[in-house]
Ligand binder design. Structure first.
Ligand code: AYL
Length: 541
């Protein structure tokens, strides 16, 4: 049975071995099998790299990171870029140099960027001329003086006071012997994305080489790819439309896909018609999506059986899926494809649950992946049996070491016996198949992206007329959820709700904006001052 005597749900997937090497060695281990295959190509411009070229460029870049930028083992290097075809080799260069990659959303405001640069203790930041202004403003606000590297996608001059990625990576004369000094082992941190977890502000998620490698082996065991990588006649083409700054894009469509020799078709700026055209043009056979893209494929008139003709496998993750959307999308196709659900979190590298292939029940998110245990618990952490609603706890080699410099958050998110709290409410059936029923944690998800209410509440409280504020998520047919704010004004303030939304708009990325602001007299709170979001939801959502 899938259930043990103490109500732990076991995996039905094959056992895995976790290689004891680094992410760097893992990704390049098969390089000689496919040096001339395309590693990345830009869906818009066709610009890209073969595996061999990417390897050599990232190698020179790594040496220069050490020699010119003085990056040392364990130093954080921030990357604030859209999905450029250069992104994967930039990431590999940072790893080879012994650095830790911390990814930043390229549409963040300086307000958001400076906080992450400071919290992650960044030693350098990589960006592009188009958003250099935001980075410079953030460094100024944070009073930080670290080198900036820019990636140029055209022939423009390198902006003054910055290093040029193209020069650093195309430097054929660089002395690579400095790379022999790098000492990184598979238990060291290599990736530091940001997540708010169950409560509060965004926190640095410390993922080790081992966490990520475990997850790649777990993906392989769950048959997330179908063709043999070594096949001469076929190379899997994956569309990297989900952003590389988020764990989904980084782990699943970037690092894992390089390790299996796939072609990564990168989408720099999302555009519905271009996206649909590119599916056909680049013969995309594996597609990773979040729910709004399933809706788009289902509803857009340009999404036809021709545009989708090459698809063999579509995986959905990041937010609750509408079964109607899936059925509408699938009914457009002539061929039978493998549509699967994946569930996970930034804190779990990300994959923890995956529906098996050939499944037609799109509501469930499936079973624990290899080497992963799950349990459903009540409010006292007592493990519940089948068909009972409770919080999902997981344990496995892909679970983060912890949040950076945050023992308080770590003690909240791990139980005493080392189980990780997902903050999601679930039900598991007798077979151990899990369905998400609700979100216990305060996190809001807009188009699958994290919108931490605590972050918006902090912005609201910065407004001179605001005394107190609370933010919750309310359902939205296109984006899943949108934030809604409750604001208590200071006495005798003459502001309107639109002044408040304007104030927020200037400080946060577009998907975090609050259109819906309500003035209230008080914010419901419990005795210890915690906002009673459930009460607000019951009353207003
Ligand atoms: P974060 N269905 C419903 N909700 C989901 C799902 C899903 N399939 N997947 C993730 N979530 C929600 O850190 C859930 O509330 O990572 C979870 O706690 O941005 C939260 O999103 C975590 O949000 C992959 C590739 C999973 C990607 C992902 C999504 C990672 C999102 C597995 O293989």
């Amino acid at each position: 049975s899938a259930w043990s005597q103490d109500n732990v749900i076991k995996t039905p997937y094959d056992k895995i071995e976790i290689p004891k090497c680094t992410l760097y060695d893992y990704v390049w281990q098969n390089l000689e099998k496919w040096p001339e295959k395309t590693m990345t190509v830009c869906a818009d411009t066709g610009r890209g790299y073969t595996y061999e070229k990417a390897f050599y460029l990232s190698n020179a870049f790594a040496a220069n990171l050490r020699l010119k930028l003085k990056i040392r083992d364990g130093d954080t290097v921030s990357v604030m870029l859209p999905n450029l075809p250069d992104y994967p080799l930039i990431a590999m260069g940072i790893i080879e140099a012994g650095g830790v990659i911390s990814t930043i959303n390229p549409i963040y405001t300086s307000h958001e960027v400076q906080r992450q640069l400071v919290a992650s203790n960044a030693k350098a930041v990589i960006t592009m001329p188009e958003i250099l202004k935001v980075v410079k403003e953030a460094l100024k606000q944070a009073n930080l003086d670290i080198p900036i590297i820019v990636v140029k996608t055209n022939g423009d001059a390198t902006p003054e006071g910055t290093y040029c990625f193209n020069e650093l990576s195309e430097d054929v004369h660089v002395d690579k012997s400095c790379l022999k000094e790098v000492r990184r082992t598979h238990n060291d941190i290599v990736f530091l994305p940001y997540s708010s977890g169950t409560t509060g502000m965004p926190k640095g998620v410390e993922l080790s080489h081992r966490n990520l490698l475990a997850n790649f082996e777990q993906m392989n065991a769950a048959q997330i790819r179908h063709h043999e990588d070594t096949s001469e006649s076929h190379q899997d083409a994956v569309m990297a439309v989900l952003p590389f700054f988020h764990i989904y894009g980084a782990s699943v469509s970037m690092f894992h896909k390089m390790s299996v020799g796939a072609k990564i078709v990168s989408v720099t700026k999302f555009h519905p018609e271009k996206f649909l055209n590119a599916l056909q043009k680049f013969k995309i056979d594996i597609l990773y999506v979040a729910p709004p893209m399933v809706l788009l494929m289902a509803a857009h008139p340009n999404g036809t059986s021709e545009t989708f003709q090459h698809l063999r496998s579509v995986v959905n993750g990041a937010a609750p899926l509408s079964v109607t959307d899936v059925q509408r999308f699938l009914s457009k196709l002539k061929q039978k494809i493998d549509f699967r659900q994946a569930y996970g979190l930034t804190e779990t590298s990300p994959l923890v649950l995956m529906s098996p292939t050939g499944i037609e029940d799109y509501q469930t998110v499936g079973f624990p992946v290899s080497s992963t245990e799950a349990k459903v618990v009540d409010a006292e952490f007592k493990a519940l049996g089948p068909n009972k609603n409770g919080e999902l706890l997981v344990r496995g080699p892909q679970v983060m070491r912890g949040y950076k410099d945050n023992p308080q958050a770590n003690s909240e998110v791990f139980t005493e016996d080392g189980w990780f709290r997902t903050g999601d409410m679930v039900v598991a059936n007798e077979e151990g198949r899990i369905t998400i029923t609700d979100r216990l944690k305060e996190l809001i998800k807009v188009k699958g992206f994290q919108v931490p209410p605590a972050e918006l509440e902090a912005v609201l409280r910065e407004h001179p007329a605001v005394n107190d504020a609370a933010v919750i998520g309310v359902p939205h047919h296109k984006t899943g959820e949108v934030p809604k704010a409750f604001v208590v004004l200071k006495p005798d303030q003459k502001v309107e709700t639109k002044d408040i939304s304007e104030f927020v708009k200037e400080r946060v990325a577009p998907y975090k904006r609050i259109e819906d602001v309500v003035f209230v007299d008080t914010i419901p709170k419990n005795a210890s001052g915690k906002i009673l979001r459930k009460d607000l939801k019951a009353k207003y959502a």
